[in-house]
Design a protein around this ligand. Structure first.
Ligand code: SF4
Ligand code: SF4
Length: 157
């Protein structure tokens, strides 16, 4: 590694205030899948995966479960007493839980929460997101190691 590359790595590690890991364990409250109107973005590959998991063609999947938003594709939402729920949020199968009906095929945006770059910018950003979502899993439960956080933070979208 060159000296410049080494300095870049060290600068990057200096920003990783979470280098000792962060605690996170989902309680299946569903709060991150609802709230004000928003978007659940997905790529073409993810569309194919979601469509396959539902036994649909990609065009049928898109026309039934997705919508165009700002030139991209997002999953649809539906207004409930909790807010704008993602169409795949299931609040009835398990009493007291809100679970994802597409869990094994959910898009990167969902798989990488809460380790999004904007949540990892600083301890304040992490805390703000934990409080405003609110996400009771952030800061609780299992210690997620830095290696796993980096993979989720840097996942290509
Ligand atoms: S808000 Fe947090 S605890 Fe609740 S479902 Fe989402 S990740 Fe899990
Ligand atoms: S796809 Fe699943 S995890 Fe993602 S927002 Fe919808 S219900 Fe939540």
């Amino acid at each position: 590694m060159t000296r410049v590359a080494m300095e870049l790595v060290m600068a990057d590690e200096g920003r990783e205030w979470y280098r000792d890991g962060l605690r996170f364990e989902c309680t299946q409250c569903g709060n991150c899948c609802t709230g004000p109107p928003g978007a659940v973005w997905f790529t073409d590959d993810e569309a194919a995966e979601m469509a396959a998991s539902l036994g649909l063609s990609v065009p049928d999947f898109r026309s039934t479960w997705a919508r165009r938003l700002d030139g991209n594709w997002s999953l649809k939402e539906q207004l409930t007493e909790h807010g704008w729920d993602c169409v795949f949020l299931d609040r009835t199968s398990q009493p007291g839980k809100a679970i994802c009906r597409l869990y094994n095929a959910r898009p990167r945006q969902c798989r990488t929460w809460p380790f999004w770059p904007e949540n990892l910018e600083s301890p304040d950003a992490w805390e703000n997101s934990r409080r405003t979502t609110p996400c009771p899993g952030m800061g609780q439960g299992k210690l997620v190691p830095i290696e796993s956080i980096r993979i989720q933070r840097d996942a290509p979208g």
